[in-house]
Structure formats: C-alpha cells, structure tokens
Design a protein around this ligand. Structure first.
Ligand code: BGC
Length: 753
C-alpha cells in the first residue's frame, strides 16, 4: 500500500549492474543477497538456443521456459523490495539500482533481472541516487500538443535516460481517463478522451520501449481518483467501462505493445483490480490477447490463489502473496503448474520483446543538452493560449517598456508534479534549496525561472518581480508597469486529490487585485489539471503552461514573446464550476490507518463506493449531453494567427474526411484540426459527439493545406454486454470538423451501412 507519508531511508545502494549474459558469475557480485535457486539443468557452457535474436520472442520464451526449475519461475513473479522505502526492503533491494523494484533474473540461463524505476515524466529519485534526469512537461501537458511525434520524442528521452542510469524497466505510461479532474494524478495521465489519451500514451510508450526498456502502461483500471485509492470500489457498467477507460487502455496497448501492464490499487465492480477476473483475464488477456505480464501496483496484491487465477503475474514490490505462499499453493494443488508457467512465460516474453536480454543497459552520462532541447520543443507545442484579448500577447516590446512579474516563485522557478512521478530538480528544490531526497508531498520547484528567461529575451525592457504575498505591493507594481503577468500555480500529487479546482491560497484574490490595478494583465497557469477562473472576465490573457519541465521557462518565454506561436489544445474540459461535474464533490473516504507494514495484514474498508453513473460520458461528452457550458471546452486553444476551414468532403466507403485548412493571419502557425462524429439519432449515445480523429498541420501565413483524416470507428462502436462484442450501428453519423469540440465550422454526414 502506498501511504500518505513515505519514510525515506538512506542507505548505500549497490549500483553495480552485473554482467548477466556471463551466467553464474553475476551472482558472485551479490554478496549480501541470498543464494539464487539451484541450477539443475543448464550450465554456463551449455548451448543457449534462446539467445538467438533471430528467433521470435515467443520461440525464445518457450525454449528457455523448458529449462527452468519451479523456483526459478517463481522468482520471476515477485519483487524484492523498493529502494529508499524502509518498509519495503529486503537484502536484494540493494540490487534495485536505487529504483522502485527489482525482479531476479535467471543468471545461469542468461535471463537478466528487471530493474525498475518510476519514470512518468522523467526518471525518478535522481537526488537520492546522485544522478541527473530530464523532466519532460507533465504527461497531460505533452498531450496538449496532440502530436504523436512529440510524444515519441518524449518517450525516447525517458527510455534513453533509464538505460543510461542502469534501469531495464519503466513504471510510466499512465492512461487512466481524466474522469475526475480533481484526481491528484491528472498530470500523469493523457486526458479525458479515449482516442487522444490512448494514442498519446501509446506513442510515448512505444518509443520508450524501443530504447530497450521493458515498457509499462498503468494503472489498470478505473484508478480515477486518489481519495481512498487503496480500497475504493469503482462501480461502472461493463459497457460504459469498455467504451471509455478500457478503450483508452486498449488503444494505448495496441500502439505501444508494452511488455507490462500495472494493475491498480482500487476495486472495480467489487474485485480488486489486481485480482479482477473480468478486467485481467477476460478483457486484457482474453479479448485483447495481451501477451506481456501484469504487475501489481506497489502493495496492490491482496491474495495468492485468487490473484493468480484472475491473471496477476507479478506481485510488487514484495513477495507477501507471490513468494512462499504461491509455492505452497502450487504444492497444495491450489494453483496449477500451467498457471505458473503462464505467469513466467509472460515475464520472459516481456524481457525478450523489449530487447533487454540482447541489449542490456550500459551506465553512461545522460545527454543533458538533448534532454533540454526535447523538453523545450515538447513544451512549446504544449502551452495552451486560453485567452488573448486585444492581442495582448505576444509581448510587443515596441510598446511594452515595463513588465511586472508577480507570484508563483517566478523569480526562481516553476512548479512540478509530485508523488512517484516526481523528477528531482538539479540543485534541489528551487524554493528551498534543500539537498537530498524530495519529501513525500513536498511542493517542488524546478530552477526554471520565467523571470530570468524573459529578461534574457527582452533585454531592453524593465522587468521587476513581486512575490505576490502582499496584495497591495503586487497591485502597486502592476499599476506602474505597462504589462502585468501573474504566475499562478496549482501543485498536484499522487496520494491526494485536489480539494477543488480553484487556485489555492490567495491566488484568486491576487489576480483580481492585480487586474483591477492594470487591465493589461496576463495570467500564466502552472497546473496539473483544469483550473476554475472566477476572474476570467477581468484579465486580458491566460496561458496554460502546465507542469512545464526542465526547459519550461525557455519555452514559455518564447511563447510570451512570440518567438514561438502557441499551438496546444486542451486535452481536458475546464469547467466553470465544479457543480457542473458529474460528481460535484469527491465523497470523503473512511478513515483508514495505513499501518500496512511488513507481515502485518490489515483489512481495508469495503463500503467506499464511487458510482460512475455518467458511464462513458467522460469530460466534454458529459458537458454536451447535459447541455452545460464549460469555461474552456475540450480541444480548445488559441494561436497568434487564425485558421479557416473549408471544403469538407466525406468518403463513407473509406471512412475518411477531407478538408482544407488555411492560415488566414500574418504569422506561421500550427493548427490541430479535430474531427468529431455523433452516433445516428436514437438513444442516449447520440447525445454527444466523440473525437474520431485529428491532424496537426503547420502552415505559413496565407498557406492552405488539404488533409484527409481517417475516422476511427473504434470510438463509434457500441459494446454489447450480453454478446461480449462490439457493434457498429448502421446509419448516418453526423461529422463535425474544426478547431475545438465546440467550434466545428464544417459539418457533414458519414454513412455506415
Ligand atoms: C504508484 C505507482 C508507482 C509505484 C512505485 C505506487 O504508489 O501508484 O504509479 O509506479 O508506486 O513507486
């Protein structure tokens, strides 16, 4: 179980990555570790046909599986502790390379261990391990680019840095739908729409795994809030789940082909996600044919026989249920040997598939500059311009001679997302300059100062800073400046949901006060999710920069000054008011003492239920079906130029939509053209449209491009629970094309026969 407070432990990590291909010699280095299972068949000199890379991962897996003893198979099915977590330490944890998990390999057969690190937006725990990692923009931020190439570059950087640091597996890949925008992990996920979320997450993980890293997609499934996450029972019909959260996972998995899926902490319709026969056995491994392995979230395993039968392959991070108890269950005939073979086969397959057997990592120095460059490029595409009255942006230095920068610690840096996703900033937390491991739920600022970045870009402009703690002082600086930019932050983390989408502390009051002092006020948001804006009518501009990563300040300064034309589009709806959400409040969870230490069995509350009555109507679908007007709709984002849509033609046979986009302004820019479709008139399902495709187009001023976008029928199908299959209803599907879910100048119809 992951607790609200994590205790850190300092210890000397043995970070020697042993030569696994050299067989038994690897174990000699593991002096503090218990002895490995006894080799009974192959010796280091015996032929190893499974090491032939020309064979398929499946063939190699079968060949090596035949050689393995029961103990060797069982060793693949559980973790051996988590570095820096004193409640989860075993003698073998020192082999985890300072990472979150370690699974024994089979040295005598050349099968390497799996060395895992968290890596949602970059590799975790640099401080404690004395390393450096790039922070990419948050996953949600990067999704705002709607650019799969950018998502790929994101995954590549993380994969490269994992390898450089000696890891062989990522614990990234969050694709839980943003059903509850106050979810503290929204920044780790890829938005509220299954097609966008699945495509962006899948593209990140495909390219990450391509670096020869065991890829992972998480948290499977319905882990849509952090409140009571260890026991909440997410209740939802199979049909709605298939058409929403499961669809996002399926799309991501079909793109990334990840070696692993992490099942989540929560219950789904009564059963824990890590022992859920429907989601694991029937859907993931059955209908979808997933061949890799399922590992539990940390402490998310709750049984031996039931979990194994349902399809959990590997317990993390310990061996409470899948260690000696699993062996006993096998010996007692409660778990068939074929099931153990299946679990082991999946882990081995994942190792061969990802390339870690043939190409083990070599520790090296990460390419710091490349990380900065990619993080900057991704952020430049991810920043969303939400409001730009009277073209207040980009900053026109011929007219703006003085700028007040206010709040958000913008003099020293930008905030980042916390929890197991946390990437450590170089030099420590910029607002505290404290050395060492980041504390659980510490609010961490990167040393990426927007003030300094703007000063560098606008050397002839007077730029002054006010911390925003004294409202009068901030207002007076704003009044005496040509332009005021207020930096507002909304920190988020795993383990805790936001109490509300309102900015914390006095930030709303600060913005009101500054805007009253100077109508030329722009708000820059550094948030992990949507923000409510009671002051929206009073400010001239709003820029959403998300958690902006290692080069966030440079990217932001480029957008504010116009060196880069903003092109991000919202991957989630920004509501006006939380009362408009399907669940106006997150129900409070029962108190639960997280006294889940080694060996101690606790019983978790069973009566905390979140009933997702909105079904598949997540995000914009809910707002449209309920006729509620959001503050900013899904897919929305402004540019410094303007675009015109024309010439829609629809090919029903090919299921494609063609149209022309013209840049009608004076600057080059990029537009994401969005294609939506609505089910034929009839039931509740036609009460909202669904994103069915998109295309990001870069256009010089005045230029036009005609594009053809395939309509993805996976989002138009209905899941039939009784038949356990999908149907695509015949009829006329209304098609909408434009620059956001609410601005669709082109409409037409697609006939499905
Ligand atoms: C999180 C996972 C993470 C794991 C290991 C859990 O608390 O939910 O996302 O990978 O810890 O740190």
């Amino acid at each position: 179980m992951r607790f609200c407070t994590r205790l850190s432990k300092s210890f000397l990590a043995l970070t020697v990555l042993t030569g696994f291909l050299s067989g038994a010699s690897a174990l000699k280095a593991q002096t503090a570790a218990p002895a490995a299972p006894q080799a009974t068949q192959a010796t280091p000199d015996a032929p190893r046909p499974w090491m032939n890379p020309k064979l398929s991962p499946e063939e190699r897996t079968e060949l090596v599986l035949q050689q393995m003893t029961l103990d060797e198979k069982l060793a693949l099915l559980h973790g051996n502790g988590m570095a820096h977590e004193k409640n989860w330490n075993t003698p073998r944890t020192q082999l985890a390379n300072g990472g979150a998990g370690y699974v024994e390999g089979v040295p005598r057969l050349g099968i390497p261990p799996i060395i895992m690190s968290d890596a949602a937006y970059g590799v975790r725990d640099s401080a404690a391990n004395g390393r450096y990692s790039t922070a990419m923009p948050s996953n949600l931020g990067a999704t705002s680019s709607w650019d799969t190439d950018s998502a790929c570059a994101y995954g590549e950087i993380i994969g490269e840095e994992l390898r450089a640091q000696g890891f062989t597996m990522t614990l990234g890949g969050g694709v839980d739908l943003v059903r509850e925008p106050r979810n503290g992990r929204t920044f780790e996920y890829t938005g509220e729409d299954p097609l966008l979320a699945g495509t962006m997450d899948g593209s990140m993980m495909k390219c990450e795994q391509a670096q020869h890293i065991v890829g992972d997609i998480k948290h499977y499934v319905m882990n849509d809030q952090e409140t009571g996450r260890n026991f909440v029972n997410a209740v939802i019909s199979k049909k709605a789940m298939q058409e929403s959260d499961l669809l996002a996972f399926h799309i991501a998995i079909s793109i990334a082909n990840p070696a692993a899926i992490m099942c989540s902490y929560n219950r789904v319709n009564g059963d824990y996600a890590c022992e859920n026969p429907y989601t694991l056995h029937d859907v993931l491994k059955g209908s979808w044919g997933f061949k890799g392995f399922v590992l539990s979230d940390w402490g998310g395993t709750h049984s031996t026989v039931a979990a194994s039968a349902a399809g959990l392959d590997q317990e993390q991070p310990m061996d409470k249920f899948f260690g000696p108890k699993l062996k006993e269950a096998v010996e007692a005939g409660q778990v068939p040997m074929s099931q153990i073979d299946d679990h082991a086969r999946r882990v081995l397959f994942g190792e061969f598939l990802s390339g870690i057997v043939d190409d083990p990592p070599q520790k090296s120095v990460v390419d710091v500059q490349r990380g900065f460059d990619v993080a900057q490029r991704v952020e430049e595409e991810s920043i969303v311009l939400l409001k730009n009255e009277h073209a207040i942006l980009p900053i026109d230095s011929s007219r703006v001679h003085s700028i007040a920068i206010i709040g958000g610690h913008a003099d020293v840096g930008m905030v980042s997302g916390g929890g197991s996703a946390q990437v450590d900033p170089p030099g420590g937390n910029a607002i505290a300059r404290r050395q060492g491991r980041v504390q659980w739920h510490e609010h961490v600022w990167f040393p990426t100062s927007p003030l300094k970045a703007l000063q560098a870009e606008l050397p002839n402009t007077k730029i002054a800073f006010d911390p925003g703690t004294d409202l009068d002082s901030a207002a007076s600086l704003a009044k005496s400046s040509d332009l005021a930019i207020v930096f507002a932050d909304q920190w988020e983390s795993e383990g805790v949901d936001l109490k509300s989408l309102a900015l914390s502390d006095d930030q709303n009051a600060l913005i009101e006060k500054v805007a009253a002092a100077n109508p030329h006020t722009v708000v820059v948001l550094e948030s992990g999710t949507a923000v409510t804006m009671p002051w929206i009518g009073k400010v001239a501009g709003v820029v959403e920069a998300w958690f902006a990563g290692s080069s966030g300040h440079t990217a932001l300064a480029n957008v504010l000054t116009g060196a880069v034309n903003p092109s991000g589009k919202l991957p989630i709806t920004f509501p006006k008011d939380e009362n408009d959400l399907p669940h106006p409040v997150i129900p409070p969870a029962p108190d639960w003492d997280p006294a889940h230490t080694k060996g101690k069995v606790v019983s978790l509350p069973t009566n905390y239920v979140v009933d997702y009555t909105e079904g598949a109507k997540v995000g914009y679908k809910w707002f449209e079906a309920e006729h509620k007007q959001p503050l900013f709709p899904f897919g929305f984002g402004l540019s410094y130029t303007s675009f015109r849509y024309s010439g829609l033609s629809i090919d029903s046979a090919a299921k494609t939509v063609s149209f022309t986009v013209t840049n009608t302004g004076k600057r080059a820019g990029a537009e994401t053209a969005e294609v939506y479709a609505r089910l034929p008139q009839g039931g509740e399902e036609s009460a909202y449209k669904r994103l069915a495709g998109w295309k990001r187009i870069s256009l010089a001023a005045g230029a036009s491009q005609t594009v053809t976008v395939p309509v993805d029928v996976r989002v138009l199908q209905s899941f039939d629970e009784a038949q356990n299959n999908w149907t695509l209803a015949p009829g006329e599907y209304a098609v909408f094309v434009g620059g956001s879910s609410q601005s669709t100048p082109l409409t037409g119809s697609l006939a499905i026969r």
